[in-house]
Structure formats: C-alpha cells, structure tokens
Design a protein around this ligand. Structure first.
Ligand code: TYM
Length: 331
C-alpha cells in the first residue's frame, strides 16, 4: 500500500434499514474514494446501542450492514472494513478523550438535543458522550478525510477540537481530520416532510426509501412525495419538496439542477416523480442483487470482517500506544 495516500475513515450505524439518505450523503463517496485513498470503513455497532436495540434484530442488522457495504462495491482487499466493537481500542481511546472533552461542548450538540427529546425515557450517558466515541473512531486511524452527510458536520468539528486540544498538550499525536461532504445530496430530506432529514428512524415509512426497497415500493414512495401546488420543477427555497427530489435525481443521474429543470420543462410533477423513482430504482438494482449473494453466505461475510478487524486492530493499537505513552501511563 502506498504510504503517502491520504487516509479516509467513516462509519455507519447498523440501526435499521439503510436509506437513500445514507447512500447519497455518505456511502456513494465511500465507494468513490476507495481508488484514490487509503480507506477504513466500520459498522458502528457501539454507537447504535445509545438507543435501545432488540438483540436478535440488532445482530441481523449488523450482518446486513456489512453485506450492504460489500454490495455497494467496497473492496475488502483494498480497504479495511470492520466491526467497531471488535476493536477494543475504540472504547479505550474514547475514555481517554472524554477526559479532554468539556461537558459544555457536548451539551451543545444538536444531535444530542434531538435524540434526547425523542428518547426522553432513555437519556443515557452514552447518548451524551457519543461524539467522543466518534472522535476516537476518527483519530485512531490518523484520518485526513471523513466522508459524511451534513448532519455529522458538528460531530466532525468537535473531533477536530478534541484532537487540536490534545496535540496542544502533548505534541503532534493526531492528524486533524477534515469532513468530506458531497456538494449534492449532503442532506436528503424526508419525502413526507421535506423540512426534516430523511431518517430510518422515522415512523412514517413513506418518508424514507431503503436501499433494499423493491422497485414498486420506491416508485410508490416517490409518487406520494410531498411537493407543492405550482407544478414548476426548479430548485427554490420555497419549494423544499421539489428541491429535494431534484437533488436526489441529480445525485443518482449526475445531471445538474439546471439540466433537470430543462429536461422536465413543460412536464408535471406526476411525470417527474415517476422519473425520480425509476432512476433511483435503477441505481439501486445492482446493489440489491449483489447484497443477496453477500447476505446468503455468512461464512464468507465473517471471514471478510474478521480480516478487517485484524487490520484495524494493528492500525488502532499504534495510535493508542502513542496516546498512552504521551499521557504517562506505564506500558
Ligand atoms: P449514521 O449511521 O446516522 O449515517 C451514516 C451516514 O449517512 C449520512 N446520512 C445522510 N446524509 C444525507 N442525508 C440524509 N438524510 C442522511 N442520513 C444519514 C450520515 O451523515 C452519515 O455520514 N455518527 C455517525 C456514524 C459514525 C461515524 C463515525 C461517522 C460513528 N463513528 C466516525 C464518521 C466517522 C452516524 O450516526 O451516522
């Protein structure tokens, strides 16, 4: 492996079906970046237990997420693909970093505020310290770039702040990471309420498209997508529903917003919505087919992530030892 290639890291929570938002906002870039960079990708199972998970279902989702990453085209030979909880260094570094993170800065995280409002009966400490674990994920691998959707930007900023603070005390220990956020599709919105982000935890299943949804379901969900009443297909602040659909269509076809507007000149929302649904279904079809082959061979799947766990273990151990030495632990 070339030593001078930039390092990329990102993770995804296995907390339900992965959505078109995950795909357009992050996973598409994960795949695109693997040829140019030294990439490490993980299934963030530790992060997922900040909200209650049903064990049997959770286990299935972890397998399913790993299989989906492979189906997307992530090459486990070229990259490191692993399961977060299998590399204990993540939890260890998270503890150390939590001693370099202020209560006040974590209290300002919008995701914490949103999630604690949503799960008011379970505002656990893990939910609060979630960004510290995320900082540990990133900093352990000395990552330069972190491909994520716009909703993770604030968490990236805190990871940078923690790293800068630690380096200030102990010298150059961590690489300061940069977020890598797509120009189009950084925030894919709900199909039912385009002022809210598309999210797999949304109870209204018509509001989100799963990467594994059937073509019929995808088209049906787009046909029902909330728009407005003036029938003009263009990006505009007062047309969040249509703007979101244009963003999705642009992201999967590679066309600019202007080209999309020109393409649907004189056509109505009905035609446009079907076209978006068809383009999305077309893009996801080969991924869905490959997913079936990966999910039906558990042994192969386990071999792949175990190999990744091992590669991640060595890379993470190097940073963790350095951190421990700097802090003054006896090794
Ligand atoms: P998660 O699992 O919620 O989402 C995975 C990725 O998908 C992006 N995403 C979206 N992008 C655009 N529009 C949407 N509607 C949308 N929904 C989700 C997210 O921005 C993310 O990039 N905390 C992270 C997981 C994580 C992580 C990390 C990420 C754990 N450790 C280290 C980067 C680096 C999360 O909950 O993502």
């Amino acid at each position: 492996m070339e030593e001078n290639r930039k390092k990329v890291l990102s993770c995804i929570q296995p907390s339900g079906m992965l959505t078109l938002g995950n795909y357009i906002g992050a996973l598409k870039n994960w795949v695109a970046m693997q040829n140019e960079f030294d990439c490490t990708y993980a299934v963030a199972d530790l992060h997922a237990i900040t909200v209650r998970q049903e064990p049997a279902k959770f286990r299935q989702q972890i397998y399913s997420t790993a299989a989906l990453l492979l189906a997307l085209g992530i090459d486990p030979e070229k990259n490191t693909m692993f399961i977060q909880s299998h590399v204990a260094a993540h939890s260890e570094l998270a503890w150390i970093l939590s001693c370099y993170t202020q209560f006040g800065e974590l209290s300002r995280m919008t995701q914490f505020k949103d999630k604690s409002a949503k799960h008011a009966d379970n505002v656990n400490v893990g939910l609060f310290s979630y960004p510290v674990l995320m900082a540990a994920d990133i900093l352990l691998y000395q990552s330069d770039l972190v491909p994520v959707g716009a909703d993770q930007k604030q968490h990236l900023e805190i990871a940078r702040d923690i790293a800068t603070r630690f380096n200030h005390v102990y010298g150059d220990v961590f690489t300061i990471p940069e977020p890598y956020i797509p120009k189009i599709g950084a925030r894919v919105m709900s199909l039912q309420d385009p002022t809210k982000k598309m999210s797999k935890s949304d109870e209204n299943i018509n509001s989100w498209v799963a990467i594994l949804d059937s073509k019929d379901d995808i088209i049906r969900k787009f046909k029902r997508a909330v728009t407005d009443s003036d029938n003009r297909i263009c990006v505009s602040e007062d047309k969040p529903g249509v703007s979101n659909l244009i963003g999705i269509y642009s992201a999967v076809t590679g066309k600019s917003a202007e080209q999309v507007t020109a393409e649907f000149e004189g056509k109505g929302y009905g035609d446009f919505k079907i076209a978006v649904g068809e383009a999305v279904a077309e893009e996801l079809k080969p991924i869905q087919e490959r997913y079936q082959t990966f999910i039906s061979d558990k042994k192969q799947l386990e071999d792949i992530y175990r190999q990744g766990d091992e590669k991640a273990f060595y890379a993470a151990r190097k940073t963790l030892s350095k951190v421990k030495k700097k802090v003054g632990f006896v090794l």
